[in-house]
Design a protein around this ligand. Sequence first.
Ligand code: SF4
Length: 85
Amino acid sequence: MRVEVDQEKCISCGYCVNHCGEIFDWNTEHKAEEEMGIVPKDFEDAATDAIEHCPTDAILAINDAEDPWDVDTTRDQDQDSWILD
Ligand code: SF4
C-alpha cells in the first residue's frame, strides 16, 4: 500500500498528521504530505483511518497491484529474458 496526498484537496485540518504522524507530516506549504510513500504493514490501519477520515478525500491509497510502476524485474534464467508483471 502506498499513499499520496493531493495538495490541491488538502485543507490542513490535521487529522492525518495527528493520528498517523509516522506516515504524514506538514510540508513547507502547511499542507499534509506523506513522510513515507510506502506504508509499512504496522501502520496500514492508521493510514486507512486517516484516509477514511480525511474530510476532503485528499489522501489517495494506491495498491501495489494497481501501480503501473510496480514491475517485477526478476531475471528469468531459463529464457534469458526479463519477466515483467
Ligand atoms: S486529513 Fe486530509 S485535509 Fe486533513 S491534513 Fe490530512 S490530507 Fe489534509
